[in-house]
Ligand binder design. Structure first.
Ligand SMILES: *[C@@H]1O[C@H](CO)[C@@H](O)[C@H](O)[C@H]1NC(C)=O
Ligand SMILES: *[C@@H]1O[C@H](CO)[C@@H](O)[C@H](O)[C@H]1NC(C)=O
Ligand SMILES: *[C@@H]1O[C@H](CO)[C@@H](O)[C@H](O)[C@H]1NC(C)=O
Ligand SMILES: *[C@@H]1O[C@H](CO)[C@@H](O)[C@H](O)[C@H]1NC(C)=O
Ligand SMILES: *[C@@H]1O[C@H](CO)[C@@H](O)[C@H](O)[C@H]1NC(C)=O
Length: 362
């Protein structure tokens, strides 16, 4: 049954005069869910009999929120009343605890003593308080150059999305892979320097929320495999070791994760799966070519490096022997120098190979 308050509006439709100066402004202008919202009305002509509020694009009964009789203050709810709307004597509409569903177009219709009507239009957008978004990745452990990073920022409503890498700006190649709506990242051929913590942040006019970081690992290598003597940076084709002394060979490489190690001596595998090899007491039986083979279990790539380990001293072999032959073909002076050098520790001998500066040509 239609309440009596509706009857006048149906009769008065013919008197509708659009384009009035009635203004309807939401206060606050950008309300959040749960806010008390007022559709404030200004520019009403005086001496009005009644107001009708509609929540919808047309003056349809289905959109009628309430009819209000000014003289008595009687308010009659309409089909579109949600239980939260109250018409004020000045014509404004209060919405207590506004919901997302209160967003949309509102129309105020007035009736004056001459039974003429006027309408004013307003629009309100109620913004949700954004929940914390979640970054979703179909994989967070990728192989460099091979795999594609795919991230999605999950958030239910249309929002502005920003991304963070280790709390700052995205690496440029990743930034180029952000989708037009900002929600997705697609980065083909991920690089190691793009490994790190990724976060997305969503914002609307009333709230901002940042996701927990998601940690991206990028596997690479092994690269630059080398064998170092002891823990120094010294390396070379041949390492000379005194009889009965110890030596540690270190196998170094650039690899993520750390590679698996295999050592061989003259092509035969040694029982050693570590990044270093100890020769505790050097003997002739331990001379030979030591090779370190590294294999990355994630990238399935491998690499190797080799050194020749020789006894120094009494046998006169190794690089020193070769040098003797070479130098003997030259002047006697050099031969003398060499005999002196043979009595020096190997490190001193090495210094003799530093090239002398070229004399200036003036
Ligand atoms: C909205 O108004 C009601 C009634 O006046 C009040 O109890 C409530 O605290 C208000 N809510 C907000 C968010 O201001
Ligand atoms: C990750 O998601 C993208 C897009 O949905 C898809 O093309 C790709 O195959 C997925 N990768 C994996 C490893 O599931
Ligand atoms: C990501 O890494 C940071 C720092 O290492 C750590 O605190 C955090 O718990 C990690 N997050 C996940 C989801 O693993
Ligand atoms: C090797 O060195 C140790 C201690 O330096 C010594 O006790 C041992 O006699 C040496 N062995 C030989 C064969 O020279
Ligand atoms: C090699 O020697 C070092 C110390 O000299 C020791 O810490 C390490 O455990 C040894 N490694 C092996 C495989 O024996």
């Amino acid at each position: 049954m239609v309440p009596t308050g509706y009857s006048w509006l149906l009769l008065s439709a013919a008197f509708l005069s659009a384009g009035a100066e009635i203004s309807i402004t939401p206060e606050p202008a950008q309300p959040a869910e749960g806010d008390n919202l007022t559709l404030a009305v200004r520019g009403l002509p005086g001496e009005l009999l009644a107001y009708n509020w509609y929540a919808g694009p047309t003056l349809s009964l289905a959109y009628l929120v309430a009819s209000y009789i000014v003289s008595t203050g009687d308010e009659t709810p309409g089909p579109a009343h949600t239980g939260r709307e109250v018409v004020r004597p000045d014509g404004s509409l209060d919405i207590q605890g506004a919901l997302m569903g209160h967003s949309g177009t509102y129309i105020l219709q007035t009736l004056n003593r001459q039974f003429q009507t006027e309408v004013g239009y307003g629009h309100v957008q109620v913004y949700e308080m954004l929940a914390q978004p979640v970054v979703m990745a179909n994989s967070t452990a990728l192989v460099e150059h091979r795999d594609t990073l795919h991230l999605l920022c999950s958030s239910p409503s249309p929002v502005e999305v920003r991304w963070f890498f280790n709390g700052g700006a995205l690496p440029i190649a990743v930034r180029l892979g952000v989708s037009p709506d900002g929600r997705e990242i697609t980065r083909r051929g991920i690089r190691r320097e793009e490994a790190g913590a990724y976060q997305c942040e969503v914002r609307n006019p009333v709230s901002v929320s940042r996701s927990e970081p998601i940690n991206l690992t990028v596997y690479y290598g092994p690269e630059r495999v080398a064998i170092l003597q002891d823990s120094t940076a010294r390396t070379g084709c041949t390492i000379k070791v005194d009889f009965n002394t110890s030596l540690t060979l270190w196998c170094v490489s650039r690899s993520c994760p750390a590679p698996e190690y295999l050592w061989t001596l003259n092509g035969r595998a040694l029982k050693n799966g570590q990044d270093h090899l100890n020769i505790t007491s050097m003997t002739a039986s331990q001379e030979g070519t030591y090779t370190c083979i590294v294999k990355n279990p994630k990238t399935l790539l491998s690499g190797s490096a080799s050194v020749v380990v020789k006894l120094s001293g009494q046998d006169g072999g190794g690089c020193r022997g070769v040098q003797t032959v070479t130098l003997q073909g030259k002047t006697e002076t050099l031969e003398v120098e060499l005999q002196v050098a043979l009595d020096l520790p190997p490190s001193h001998e090495d210094q003799r190979h530093v090239p002398e500066p070229e004399p200036g040509t003036g």
